[in-house]
Ligand binder design. Structure first.
Ligand SMILES: Cc1cc2nc3c(=O)[nH]c(=O)nc-3n(C[C@H](O)[C@H](O)[C@H](O)COP(=O)(O)OP(=O)(O)OC[C@H]3O[C@@H](n4cnc5c(N)ncnc54)[C@H](O)[C@@H]3O)c2cc1C
Length: 363
């Protein structure tokens, strides 16, 4: 997420989950004098970042920050090699890698050299693009935020999207007035937003898990798709050149510039020349990107579209190997892509692991 931006989720839906519900974002903001409201006050990234660090220091002071370089199956358990060479053994492994490994760059762009192409997940100071032509491909949250920041930094910025419009979230309406009861009934609020679909995705992840696979894949892909936060609208509207209905055909490097060739809505070919291209093309869960899982181990994980097929307890087809967070969204729904999913995930998985541990001890 670009520095200087705001979270899309409302305050009440941005808590990190602790069992006693004491370390909330509200409590953190009150302690540190930051403005906070459950709804309607956008949360700056740096405040969320400080909240995360304080949460970790208080609840997980012994957090081991070394990277896991390799996980393999040996002697009926797991062997984990850490990046400093230490080896540890575990009976169970929970992969909670978020979107770290899943930055998606479309095939049409991958041929560009790194000096001409980056992904929104790669943090670089935007000031270096001042006075340069930057093409941002995509129009989701990261793309729009990045384009807004580039414009502020004095870059000649264009957003190019194949979609017919840029979707922005609506600002919260405050939900006051005589029609409040009707509004609540028609569009109930949840940590995933307003409306019954979000409410069900938020409250019924296990029901979602029991639905047919085709339904789950369709809903996880389609519901809560790419959209920018309502605060981001003012960053780009009337400021950044937004080109809609532009389908990227191919890209090539020509000296120090990139040439992007698009097909527009009229079916004509259009070429855009840029000093740098930023792929705001999101994230795609793909087991093959989890290179820290040994190839042999990865080949045994049953999957659909390269995403793990999981039991109702997050366990993959490799016994003892679990996936949570966005990697588990095709099984449990869009809830797993957001901080709001942490409560369900941590309680449900912790209960399961505790039960399994007890059974093992008793046998
Ligand atoms: C631009 C953007 C905006 C977003 N805004 C919101 C929002 O407003 N609200 C919201 O709820 N969600 C938002 N999200 C989604 C957000 O990413 C998830 O809600 C949340 O981060 C998922 O948490 P997580 O713990 O599953 O993964 P992450 O927070 O991504 O954490 C994964 C961790 O795993 C570590 N890791 C990865 N590989 C290894 C390894 N091999 N060894 C050791 N550690 C490893 C990483 O270093 C990282 O610390 C946004 C996402 C993006 C891209």
């Amino acid at each position: 997420m670009p520095r200087g931006m705001y979270l899309k989720s409302e305050g009440f839906a941005s808590d990190l989950f602790d069992p006693k519900h004491e370390q909330t974002l509200r409590a953190f903001c009150e302690r540190n004098g930051h403005s906070y409201a459950d709804v309607g006050v956008p949360i700056p990234l740096d405040i969320f970042y400080s909240y995360g660090l304080e949460f970790q220091r208080q609840l997980l002071p012994d957090l081991d920050t070394r990277l896991v370089a390799r996980v393999s199956v040996e002697d009926g358990g797991f062997t984990l090699r850490l990046d400093d060479g230490e080896v540890i053994r575990a009976r169970r492994v929970v992969s909670a890698v978020g979107i770290t490994h899943y930055a998606h760059i479309p095939a049409e762009l991958v041929g560009l050299p790194p000096e001409l192409l980056s992904h929104t997940s790669q943090q670089r100071p935007v000031e270096q693009y001042s006075g340069r032509r930057v093409a941002v491909v995509g129009a989701g949250s990261s793309a729009v935020d990045m384009a807004g920041l580039l414009h502020q930094a004095g870059a000649d910025t264009q957003i190019l999207t194949r979609r017919p419009k840029v979707w922005f979230h609506h600002p919260p309406d405050g939900r006051r007035g005589v029609n409040l009861a009707a509004k609540r009934l028609l569009k109930p609020r949840s940590g995933l937003g307003l409306g019954w679909r979000s409410r069900m995705a938020s409250d019924l992840p296990l029901v979602f898990h029991s639905m047919p696979e085709r339904f789950r894949l369709r809903v996880t892909k389609g519901h809560l798709g790419p959209a920018a936060g309502w605060v981001s609208r003012q960053l780009v509207e009337g400021k950044v050149d937004i080109r809609l209905n532009m389908s990227l055909r191919y890209a090539k490097a020509n000296g120090k510039v990139a040439h992007l060739v698009f097909e527009n809505a009229a079916g004509e070919t259009e070429e855009v020349v840029a000093d740098h291209v930023i792929a705001g093309t999101g994230y795609k869960v793909d087991l093959n990107r989890l290179v820290f899982l040994d190839t042999e181990l990865r080949s045994h994980i049953a999957n659909v579209h390269n995403t793990p097929i999981l039991s109702p307890h997050f366990e993959s087809s490799v016994r003892g190997l679990y996936f949570i967070g966005p990697s588990a969204a095709n099984s449990f729904g869009p809830l797993l892509r957001f901080a709001w999913g942490a409560k369900f995930t941590s309680r449900h998985l912790a209960n399961h692991l505790t039960r399994r541990h007890r059974i093992l001890r008793e046998t």
